[in-house]
Design a protein around this ligand. Sequence first.
Ligand code: DC
Length: 232
Amino acid sequence: MKKIIIAIDGVSSTGKSTMAKDLAKELGYTYIDTGAMYRAVTLYSLQHGFFADNRIDEEKLQAAMDDIEISFVFNPETGRPDTYLNGIKVEKEIRGMEVANWVSPIAALGFVRRAMVTKQQEMGKAKGIVMDGRDIGTVVFPEAELKIYVTASAEVRAQRRLDELNAKGEQTSFEEVLENVKKRDYIDMNRAESPLRKAEDALELDNSYMTIPEQKAWLLEQYNRVVSKNEL
Ligand code: DC
């Protein structure tokens, strides 16, 4: 069967990575979480003291870009890929609040985006991939055969994120998480470089009140429709 590129974009904490991972597993495709790549660059910047006085030292980060090696290694225990930064597994570190608070300004930097997009295009060359992010259908793979744009209300997303953080033992309030969700939406949608927007030919999915199995079924239906159309 012909392999395609599936681009899943949308606002943060919509559960789009869960959808994307499950679909990739079902189809035997490679899953690439591009948010994890921006998070890894943010972690590197935190580890190397590139943040001072509430701002990022762009020159230092730009000079360090060639030293930042991000890779994904499939974890047979979880059935999902883990993110590695310079050979060290950082899956847990990149999901904490500190990285979440800094990642949007990092992802707004043109030189960071260009480096990540080049890597992502390289990773998807062979097709058979499900890639999730903010600009996959608009910038990374504008020719993707299937594009999905996922949304949900900010309150629903904040609650999902809070549950996730609590499950990991990280203590924070609903208000703090909601503020972070809204702030990230604003930065992601209003940045000059590749702002988050729905590609014209993307299918929109509002999953505020959908269960995971319902989303899974919907997504599989879209995949089957596109594949059967392409094979005619
Ligand atoms: O999907 P996520 O929450 O892990 O993404 C983390 C941040 O990275 C978020 O602020 C949006 C940004 N991002 C981006 O700008 N472009 C992408 N392709 C993926 C994520």
